[in-house]
Ligand binder design. Structure first.
Ligand code: GLU
Length: 424
């Protein structure tokens, strides 16, 4: 019998949610007690203070984290989030999901996540650069191309990854592109990495619609979140012929039954930064967007937006989780019981991002670069393989698709831990 003796360090609603998902999956595969807690809890974390000199001469201290959940299956991997609502518990939950995701799709990685409590839109470009560099400086001894490899997440982008790579390289005294992924192409970034998560989501939606025998030209799509992932998903699905009937960001949601012109929305956001006052659709509320009648609903922003309050009201045929952890445990249960919604769970649905991050890391380590077509072909092949294994597991054990994906991810991590044994 094993028993975890753990503190409340990570305790939060979202961490408990990730733990409940784990417990359910561990029960479903009868994971032995001796392996459970080792596989479940994050291995280690670092919390740092990040003092930044502001443009007006004052100094602000921000708080940052990195949680490394699992390093048993390779270097830990996962993005860094800049958002005002970041908490250590949230970063820990996100690090768990990274572990199951990399494991599910068969990448030689563990899982990690980082975060800084900051609204990046309130910083000037120089302040953002200082904060990004300071974060990497504080993390230098905790990261490495064979230890833990960050990437972008909510609120971070290529430029920030470039500054972080430069800071790390200056510290070690030579160019080390493999320290982060999601870099600008000029600094060793991969072709296709920026679009990878959205392209992957759109590809899986297309494949699952095909399974349901719904022609993509007749599919309507509502997308919550218009950051990198939401907008690239919209663009790719529109290219496949789907009609994007609603989009939103934190400043507003817009509905157009005949289809929103996605290129127009992208141009608008490029100049205005946000969707506020976009005239390409009727303004609706975020809650209304989630409950729109559509073929595919795609949450592509933060966690816990599909809850017990709206799960029974969803009017979609498919729920494609481009965000990490968008569906609470209670909502998941309601959706399972309804039985009329195909769920593409987050760890499968948004895995395109980390898959192309892996390609970027390989290219950096081998100093040999691929063209976009090669990246996309390999990405879609890996997604097809992961989809097949999830659907086989679902069928074999009569699991929900989420349980199928999580059990596969968790089993592989547990197997690696079992085989490596416990250090005396
Ligand atoms: N932040 C992304 C995710 O949640 C990408 C992580 C990565 O590329 O390492 O999957």
């Amino acid at each position: 019998m094993s028993k975890a003796i753990v503190s409340s360090l990570y305790d939060s609603e979202v961490f408990r949610m990730a733990c409940r998902q784990f417990d359910k999956a561990a029960d479903a595969i009868s994971l032995p007690d001796t392996l459970r807690d080792r596989t479940k809890y994050p291995r280690r974390c670092l919390a740092v203070s990040l003092p930044i000199r502001r443009q007006d001469g004052s100094v602000t201290v921000f708080e940052g984290y990195r949680v490394q959940h699992n390093l048993s299956t390779g270097p830990s991997k996962g993005g860094i989030r800049f958002h005002q609502s970041v908490t250590l518990g949230e970063v820990a939950a996100l690090s768990m999901w990274m572990s199951w995701k990399t494991s599910l799709v068969g990448l030689p990685y563990g899982g990690a996540k980082g975060g800084v409590i900051v609204d990046p839109h309130t910083l000037s470009e120089t302040e953002l650069e200082h904060l990004s560099r300071r974060y990497m400086q504080e993390m230098v001894n905790f990261l490495g191309p064979h230890v833990d490899v960050p990437a972008p997440d909510v609120g971070t982008n290529e430029k920030i990854m470039g500054w972080m790579m430069d800071t790390y390289s200056n510290h070690v005294g030579h160019l080390e592109p493999a320290i982060v992924t999601g870099k600008p192409i000029a600094l060793g970034g991969s072709q296709g990495r920026r679009e990878a998560t959205g392209e992957g989501v759109a590809y899986l939606v297309k494949q699952y619609l095909r399974d349901l025998k719904v022609p993509i030209g007749r599919a309507t799509v509502a997308i919550q979140g218009f950051g990198n992932v939401g907008s690239e998903t919209a663009r790719a699905l529109a290219r496949y012929g789907a009609k994007i009937i609603a989009i939103s960001d934190h400043t507003g949601a817009f509905h157009h039954p005949k289809g929103i012109n996605i290129e127009k929305a992208l141009t608008y956001v490029r100049s205005q930064k946000v969707l506020r006052d976009f005239d390409g659709g009727e303004p609706i509320t975020n809650a209304e967007l989630l409950e729109l009648k559509c073929t595919v609903l795609i949450p592509a922003a933060l966690e816990r937006v599909i809850t017990e309050k709206n799960a029974a009201q969803l009017k979609c045929r498919m729920l494609a989780e481009a965000a990490n952890g968008p569906t609470t445990n209670a909502a998941d249960k309601i959706i399972d019981e309804r039985g009329d919604i195909e769920v593409i769970p987050d760890v499968l649905c948004n895995s395109g991002g980390v898959i192309v991050s892996y390609f970027e890391w390989l290219q950096n380590l081998s100093n040999f670069y691929w063209d976009r077509e090669e990246v996309m072909t390999k990405l879609f092949a890996m997604l097809d393989k992961a989809k097949l294994s999830v659907d086989a597991q679902k069928k074999k054990f009569q699991f929900s698709r989420r349980l199928a994906a999580l059990t596969l991810g968790i089993q592989r991590v547990a197997d690696a831990k079992q085989s490596r044994g416990l250090f005396p």
